[in-house]
Design a protein around this ligand. Structure first.
Ligand code: SF4
Length: 346
């Protein structure tokens, strides 16, 4: 087929030299795929090196402390991926003798491994013909073949999965998968694809019909929830109060006491709320300063955060622990808390 031939030819000239491409070790391939989900390759590279250096084998990752795994993951977001990764490493060690199963459907049974990662590991490590389907692949297929089905619907997903599976090169699925991923991120980019110098331009439907900006087609837009977070960095000499989060978002990471509001309130108003009273009533506190608002984006949330720097000699809260300020750097924290640490703890 013209598409596959041109794709492979393009890949021979333009492929990216990435460390996880030079191995068939399923552990390294799995690490890279989990790190690269929703992460740019440039950013993912440093994490890949860090993980392969600190956890060179699946046995070392499986026996590592979860805090250390989360610390290594810090900044990548989506912390459930790191927790699942740790859990899966233990499962592979205990249930599969430390070896990833060389079977697509068996890989799918592991926590944190969905169809995309199972296809990547089974094709790159074991040469099995399973097509990867991610945003890059959907963009390329929808444009080249003029597919205008919304990819964020169940029928759209099924359509793209089935079509990608039809196209895969059975003789070399690993090369085919790598080629289409690279083609999507280098040539057929989301913004400003390089159509004029593209090897597909003589038969690409989107290019010929002027639909490049319209494809791939998406049915919904995500409306981000807006929230106002007030963090309280309560210091007693050289220590601050923190707790390990149990909520779904940022579970397992360390956090300062905080109050969350759905609306923007003044500093004075907040100090008169019931929530403030519940947190601080009966304690002798001295508010030293309040940071400017920091805007932080998550996939479904836009956070406006302020950090209050407070001194208190008698503040004690159940579920919170005191952490020496020198230790803060070693704790796993969200990117938002990391920003506050850069502001400086007074
Ligand atoms: S011609 Fe443009 S839209 Fe079509 S595959 Fe090439 S880069 Fe993508």
């Amino acid at each position: 087929m013209k598409f596959t031939e041109r794709l492979i030819e393009w890949y021979k000239h333009y492929k990216r030299d990435l460390p996880w491409r030079n191995t068939t070790n399923p552990y390294y391939i799995w690490l890279s795929e989990i790190i690269l989900q929703q992460t740019r390759v440039n950013q993912g590279l440093s994490y890949y090196y860090k993980f392969t250096q600190n956890f060179p084998t699946i046995y070392i990752l499986a026996s590592a402390d979860i805090d250390f795994v989360l610390k290594n993951w810090q900044g990548l977001g989506y912390y459930s991926r790191a927790r699942n990764m740790h859990f899966t490493s233990q499962e592979v060690v205990n249930k599969y003798n430390g070896k990833f199963p060389a079977e697509y459907h068996e890989l799918l049974k592991l926590k944190g491994i969905g169809p995309y990662t199972a296809a990547a590991v089974s094709s790159f490590a074991f040469g099995l013909p399973f097509a990867v389907v991610d945003g890059n692949v959907i963009r390329v297929l929808s444009r080249v073949f003029g597919i205008d089905i919304a990819y964020d619907t169940t029928s759209g997903k099924n359509h793209f999965n089935a079509f990608a599976q039809e196209l895969i090169l059975n003789t070399n699925p690993a090369i085919y998968n790598q080629a289409i991923m690279d083609f999507g991120s280098i040539q057929c980019k989301f913004k400003n694809p390089e159509c004029v110098i593209c090897p597909m331009c003589d038969f690409c439907v989107a290019f010929k019909k002027g639909l490049v900006k319209d494809l791939p087609y998406k049915s919904k837009r995500i409306n981000k929830k807006i929230t106002y977070l007030h963090y309280f960095i309560v210091s007693n000499q050289n220590s601050v109060w923190m707790q390990k989060r149990t909520e779904k978002l940022w579970r397992g990471l360390y956090d300062f006491p905080f109050l969350e509001f759905a609306e923007k309130y003044s500093i004075k108003y907040i100090q008169n709320t019931k929530e403030w009273q519940d947190l601080f009533f009966g304690f002798d506190i001295n508010i030293k300063s309040i940071s400017k608002t920091i805007v932080h984006h998550l996939t479904h949330k836009k956070i406006y955060a302020k950090f209050w720097y407070i001194d208190s000699n008698d503040f004690i809260k159940k579920d919170y622990v005191t952490i020496h300020k020198n230790r803060l750097i070693n704790l796993p924290v969200s990117r938002l808390i990391e920003k506050s640490l850069n502001i400086n703890i007074h």
